[in-house]
Design a protein around this ligand. Structure first.
Ligand code: VGL
Ligand code: ZN
Length: 203
């Protein structure tokens, strides 16, 4: 089965310095190792006329998402900082050509590329991602990036809920693993929701 075609979108989740660089504010173990794997997928996607979209965690300097402001996370991906930039080894032509969906800029927990959740009121608001995909007649979504147990999972679950046939590329993603086993639990949760768990090594 061919992974990409014109009705498929590759969604590259939060491949940003704060997650992917070992010096990042919320460095994900092995995060930088997936960059070449993701670049290979980007090339396959572009060669098959699939859409490519990048998401970016994009927080204000103070947000209830951060531990210092009452949340659970170290400061990361503050809008406009080095940490919020895409990793420098991400395919530059693709990064320049593809849309960027930024989430969290009003202080929301932007785990999913599709929806943001106000951590105080619990209210959710959509991002522009679904509209972008519908506009491009996308029916299938392939998700990769950081982190498997947070933003990748939330994005894949939302994609499936919205009716896209959805797959996650497990080896082109890495988990935060606040608790050991979080990656496997995330995979189980995604597959239970109908998301395919794929490896980039399968063709
Ligand atoms: C993420 C924790 C906090 C992610 C974002 O991109 O998976 N994780 N903010
Ligand atoms: Zn965040």
């Amino acid at each position: 089965m061919q992974r990409y075609d014109a009705r498929t979108a590759l969604v590259v989740v939060d491949l940003q310095n704060d997650f992917a660089d070992p010096a990042g504010g919320l460095a994900v173990h092995g995060g930088a190792n997936i960059v070449p794997i993701v670049n290979g997928e980007i090339q396959s996607a572009r060669a098959a006329s699939a859409s490519v979209v990048f998401t970016q965690d994009w927080h204000p300097a103070s947000t209830p998402h951060f531990k210092k402001d009452g949340g659970i996370w170290p400061v990361h991906c503050v809008a406009g900082t080095w940490g919020a930039e895409l990793h420098p080894q991400v395919d530059a032509a693709a990064a320049a050509a593809a849309p960027r969906v930024r989430k969290g800029s009003n202080g929301e927990d932007g785990y999913s590329g599709f929806t943001m959740r106000d951590p105080v009121s619990g209210e959710t608001t959509p991002t522009e991602l679904e509209g972008l995909l519908r506009e491009a007649d996308v029916e299938r979504v392939v998700v990769c990036g950081l982190a498997t147990d947070y933003c990748v999972k939330a994005t894949a679950l939302d994609a499936a809920r919205l009716g896209f046939e959805t797959a996650v590329l497990i080896d082109a993603a890495r988990p935060v693993e606040l608790e050991p086993g979080d990656e496997q639990r995330a995979i189980d949760e995604m597959t239970a929701a109908g998301v395919h768990a794929w490896s980039t090594r399968m063709r």
